[in-house]
Design a protein around this ligand. Structure first.
Ligand SMILES: [Zn+2]
Length: 196
């Protein structure tokens, strides 16, 4: 993670959520600067073959935890069952972003891999949702603005999410909260933030 610190000073980071609106994106919808795709959003982003630095954030890892129909595990997840439908295999030159608590063992052989420690690096709980963590990573990299696309629960009241096998139901309330947390964080550190 240290090598990413300050890597994109003054740039705009685009954080791509999994809302169905991402299926309508065109390459010109991405401004210059790093693009952070959250979970399965990378499948859509990589199709555009953008010139931007691309980050694939697979913070949640490959072991189910915490969802409504899953056993709730209130401790960090330390094992790996990759390959799994929950995590998207990275492709170079994508930079893989992982979490010490949830995904530290995922894709261990991949060279462009950064494991961050959500609690130690950012001072927030390890199970904070991916989008507010992505906002902090962008700030860590020196970005001064966030461009938020595909956060449809917050911007459109649309709760579906794009998976590798179509649009499936998403966690509406959770996704709205994640967007609000990203917005609150950006404002607290003086980053511009725009939702599209
Ligand atoms: Zn794994």
């Amino acid at each position: 993670m240290k090598s990413l610190r300050g890597a994109h000073p003054g740039e705009t980071a685009t954080i791509v959520g999994m809302g169905p609106s991402i299926l309508r994106l065109r390459p010109r919808d991405f401004p210059p600067g790093p693009v952070v795709a959250v979970n399965h959003a990378i499948l859509t982003v990589r199709k555009h073959k953008l010139p931007n630095p691309i980050f694939t954030m697979q913070k949640d890892g490959c072991t189910p935890h915490g969802g409504r129909n899953q056993p709730r595990i209130n401790m960090p997840i330390r094992h790996c069952v990759c390959p799994s439908v929950r995590t998207i295999k990275p492709l170079e030159p994508e930079v893989l972003l992982l979490s010490a608590a949830e995904s530290s063992h995922c894709f261990k052989a991949y060279p462009l891999r950064h494991v961050f420690d959500v609690q130690a690096d950012f001072g927030i709980p390890w199970n904070t949702m991916s989008v507010p963590v992505a906002a902090r990573i962008a700030h860590w990299m020196g970005c001064t603005a966030l461009y938020m696309i595909g956060h449809d629960a917050y911007t459109r009241g649309v709760f579906g999410r794009v998976s590798g096998y179509g649009v499936v139901p998403g966690s509406g309330r959770g996704y709205v909260r994640a967007s609000v947390q990203a917005k609150d964080y950006a404002e607290s550190v003086g980053m511009a933030i725009e939702f599209r």
